[in-house]
Design a protein around this ligand. Sequence first.
Ligand code: SAH
Length: 232
Amino acid sequence: MRMRHVKGCEEAVARNPFVIQDPAAFRGKWKSGVFGTDCPLYLEVGMGLGTFIRTSALKDPGTSYIGLEINTTVLYKAVNRYTDLLREQGRSTDPADTNLRFIRSDARFLPEYFGEGEVGRIYLNFSDPWPKEKSANKRLTSPVFLKLYDRILAPEGTIEFKTDNEGLFDYSLESIPAAGWELLAVTRDLHADPKLSAGNVMTEYEAKFSAKGNRIFKLIAGRKNLKNQLTF
Ligand code: SAH
């Protein structure tokens, strides 16, 4: 996401109580150490301005949500949007009363921040496509990242990926099974799929691109033999 740098955002992010400053310190203990509940942990990698994660967190108080974003200005805006929304809704802005936290970092460090199987679900929403072959390893569905997800995701955990980029989607339909995962659900038109669109939470890119008439692609992946346990 391209965004003009906001002056002073680094300092603001460094003292914001919703931003976990030293995520490695909570490796293996996010539930007790950060959220103080045993609720499952769901993580969005590359959350952008955070529409998806804050909507999900408000809708689903029985889950703890974490938004990871590499760009400090973008993260700064996401955190502000979340706290503004809490205020608008008359809710507490004490992080201890909420189920959402943020990390400002690169996805490649995920195993330093989360223990084996600690994360219940990983969302990849409208990840950067990196269309050039020489940048394929930077795609968040490349084998490099799939290995990292494998380390932190619970055995029954899933990866949910949405995009409007057909090239990245087709690439992911190959890279994910090739890395040993099973595709549990696939649609090439999410908004026209009654089953998969039930309860769909829009991201900012999803709203923007679908308004332009782009189709939204979605897949859900998990470990092998998970399919018969799922209900969608
Ligand atoms: N999920 C949002 C934003 C999509 S844009 C939405 O659907 O609207 C992709 C976002 O991923 C950008 O904000 C970008 O800064 C972030 N990103 C890209 N590579 C990343 C990485 N390696 N680690 C963390 N965030 C990353």
